[in-house]
Each structure stands twice: as C-alpha cells, then as structure tokens.
Design a protein around this ligand. Structure first.
Ligand code: NDP
Length: 277
C-alpha cells in the first residue's frame, strides 16, 4: 500500500481526503490518502516522513504553503515564481514542489465559468497564498489588467511588484478605494476567506449587490458553502457567478496525475467533493 497525505494545521475541515480517496478507489489503486496534521514546531519532521519509500507525495495547505519551501529539493517553475507550494511529489527520496492551484484556477475559469481572461479587466480581492497563484496564472494568460485589493495594502503591493517583472498592467489598491476599480471590471475574484464556513467570516460578503457590476463574472474561490453570500449578492446584481469547488477539484486532479501518472477521474472527484461539503 502506497500513501499520500495532506500537510496542514489544523485540518478538521479539509475535503481533499474524501475526493482523492474516491479517485484512488475508483481506479483500484492501492493508495491511501491520509491526514497529516502537523503543529508548527514539528514542521521540520515533514521531510523525513515524505521521503519514505511508501510515500508518493503530499498536498500542502494553510499555513504551510510558503513555510515548507525550504524543506524541498526543488520546485517546478511557476511554483518558484508564486513562492507557494500545494503539491509535493517524492521522486526517489527527493521532494519536488508544484503549485497546481494556478492551473486548477484557470481550468475552472475556462471550463466552468466559460471565461477566457485574455485582454480582460480583472480585480483580485486578497493577497495571501491562493491570490499569489491566481495573479501569476492571470498574468501568464495575458489578462488585460489586474488590480489587487487587500486589507493589508503592503501585501498587495509586494504581490503587484513581484508580478510586474513578468507583466506590466498590474496595480495594488487599498480596500477603501476598491469601488474605483470594481465599477468597470469584467472579472472579480474573491481570494479571501470571506464567506468560508467554519471561519469567523462565515456568512459574510466583501461586496454588497449595489457595488457589483452586472457585466462581471464573480468568481468566489470559497468552496464551502458552494453558494456564498457574495455569489447571492452577485446574482441579485444580475452578474454571473462561479464558486470554488471546481477549482478545488481540478487542482486536486492535477496533483493526482503528478503522483500516479494516470488520468484523474474528475467526475468521480466532483461528486465526492460535493458530498463532503
Ligand atoms: P491566506 O491566509 O494566505 O490569505 C487570506 C486572505 O484573506 C488575505 O488576503 C487576508 O488579508 C484576507 N482576509 C482574511 N481575513 C480578512 C478580514 N477579516 N477582512 C479582510 N480580509 C481578510 O489564505 P489562502 O490565500 O490560502 O486562502 C484564502 C481563501 O481561498 C480560503 O479561505 C479558501 O476559502 C480559498 N481557497 C480556495 C481554493 C480552491 O481550490 N477553491 C484553494 C485555496 C484557498 P490580509 O493580508 O489583510 O490578512
């Protein structure tokens, strides 16, 4: 029996174990997906655990997506640029980091949102780990412009500066000035935990219906609940919406393919994820 696990702290609400195990079982693979909840003082022990001959790799989640980087032997290109890792593969005792959030985000945007960001005006709310993956992915897809809005403005400015090296039309904006960039955007993405079940922002929305432009696609990366208060407000404003569950499954499907070399059964994973939330 081989093993894969998710590294994070705490891990009580993670649904990755449900849909990854469903995929392994569906294909008859002898792989067990485990929950590796590791307190910050013990993170250094992760390397030894992941290098075991029976371990194929791992997912990494909050709060270790950046902190785990120094423990790895190498990272693929976009993962290095983003500065955050969400998937690790064990290649004969060498740990290689990937960031599948970037590709999972774009695949869901195109396939489920029916939206190609090429040339479009985008507003990204948030500047944490997932926002970094989203902004680099949008730059790679040649979005027309990107405005990053974050409560902590300095974090937004640093992300904008990092991406400027690869992409020019990117700005950081303060939370107070958010309305000035939203009014004519084509795509608004929530990369904060506003609305996330079990968080202190459960049931809350960063925007009211009045401030959402009708022409925009509102993409909420929060996946639990599947329909957030932001999405309800966007519908009231007449805008299209996309939730975070397809991205969660696609980033997991890409990780599955990296570990196993087999095509992921995406429909099986989506059904298992929907049942788990
Ligand atoms: P981080 O902790 O790295 O970042 C959190 C972000 O939320 C920061 O921008 C932070 O702002 C902001 N924020 C938190 N609390 C508040 C508040 N009270 N008011 C305003 N802003 C706030 O988390 P991640 O980037 O990893 O994840 C963010 C969310 O994205 C998660 O909650 C999850 O729902 C979703 N997610 C979805 C995925 C998917 O596949 N669908 C994958 C990963 C995440 P500040 O910098 O000012 O603290």
């Amino acid at each position: 029996m081989k093993r894969v696990g998710i590294v994070g702290y705490p891990l009580g609400h993670s649904i990755s174990p449900s849909f990854q195990q469903a995929a392994f079982d569906y294909l008859g693979l002898e792989i067990q997906y485990e929950t590796w909840e590791i307190a910050p003082d013990w993170l250094y022990t992760v390397k030894e655990r992941l290098c075991g001959a029976d371990v194929l790799g791992a997912n990494v989640t909050v709060p270790y997506k950046e902190a785990i980087l120094p423990l790895l032997d190498g990272v693929e290109e976009i993962c290095g640029r983003i500065g955050a890792v969400n998937t690790i593969v064990n290649r004969n005792g060498k740990l290689i980091g990937y960031n599948t959030d970037a590709d999972g985000f774009i695949r869901a945007l195109k396939e489920n949102g029916n939206f190609d960001p090429l040339g479009e005006k985008v507003v990204v709310l948030g500047a944490g780990g997932v926002a970094r993956a989203v902004v680099f992915a949008l730059a790679r897809e040649k979005a027309g412009s990107i405005a990053i809005v974050n409560r902590n403005y300095e974090r937004a400015r640093i992300l904008a500066d990092d991406v400027k090296r690869f992409y020019v039309d990117i700005t950081a904006t303060t939370w107070e000035k958010m309305s000035s960039v939203i009014s004519d955007c084509d795509l608004f993405i929530n990369c904060t935990s506003f609305g996330m079940k079990h968080s202190e922002l459960e049931g809350q929305s960063p925007l009211n219906a009045r401030s959402i432009p009708k022409r925009a696609l509102v993409y909420d990366l929060v996946y639990n609940p599947q329909e957030t208060q932001l999405m309800l407000n966007a519908k009231r404003a007449g805008a299209r919406t996309l939730g975070g569950l397809p991205m969660l499954v696609f980033q997991g499907a890409i990780a599955f393919e990296i570990w196993t070399g087999k095509q992921a059964p995406v429909d099986v994973m989506i059904n298992a994820a929907k049942n788990a939330v």
